[in-house]
Ligand binder design. Structure first.
Ligand code: HEM
Length: 187
């Protein structure tokens, strides 16, 4: 890669190795947890579930709204590399910041009725995949995996629904958020 000064930079073996380790970690737990959250959101809304069964083009807005409403990575950390004043707060170099991306996804200045799950919202970017230089490298793969996985489940289990005798699934965790369990019946 050539940087802004015209100097060609090459990744060292250690950087290639650490990136190869990062990819499966960043791409696995995130995607299956977000898929579970998407299923939980659908199963809790039988009318929407029926609509998605009939019209698979609705899966895309369902996935986007789930990412906004309940992202699996609502928190991310940043390492402060130099002393800085940020909106009136002094952040000394070496601090670790825990940023709540999930709060931005429910900012009432950006989203109407932010706590409501509503797939008819006009399309707008959320922070589910981060933003800027370190935005998620796998976001399109993740969307495709969730659409394929949820679509396959609906194809194979046409009567899939929440188990009426079990407790409703709960969402837990600030890092790698997900559903506790998803009790279903499909007979
Ligand atoms: C629904 C699933 C996923 C979610 C919610 C998600 C979320 C995120 C978020 C919020 C970041 C930003 C981290 C930061 O700002 O420091 C990120 C970065 C990253 N993601 Fe994902 N991700 C998902 C799936 C994937 C997949 C499938 C892959 C790879 C196949 C992947 C690879 C990466 C990598 C390599 C980075 C680091 C990018 C960088 O630092 O430049 N992610 N992801």
């Amino acid at each position: 890669m050539t940087d802004e000064n015209g100097v060609t930079q090459r990744l060292s073996d250690a950087e290639v190795y650490s990136f190869a380790l990062l990819l499966p970690h960043a791409g696995s737990g995130t995607t299956w947890k977000q898929m579970g959250i998407t299923l939980a959101a659908l199963l809790a809304r039988p009318d929407l579930l029926a609509a998605v069964r009939d019209d698979r083009s609705l899966l895309r807005p369902v996935i986007e709204e789930t990412l906004r409403w309940m992202p699996t990575d609502p928190m991310f950390t940043r390492w402060v590399t130099r002393d800085i004043d940020f909106h009136g707060t002094h952040l000394p170099a070496g601090s670790v910041l825990h940023l709540c991306l999930g709060a931005a996804n429910r900012d009432p200045n950006r989203w109407d009725r932010p706590d409501e799950f509503d797939i008819t919202r006009p399309p707008r970017a959320s922070f589910a995949f981060g933003g800027g230089a370190h935005i998620c490298l796998g976001m399109h793969v993740a969307r495709a995996e969730i659409a394929t996985g949820v679509g396959a489940l609906l194809d194979r289990l046409p009567n899939l629904r929440l188990d009426p005798d079990a407790d409703a699934p709960r969402f837990i965790g600030l890092y790698e958020r997900g559903v506790t369990e998803l009790p279903v019946v499909f007979g």
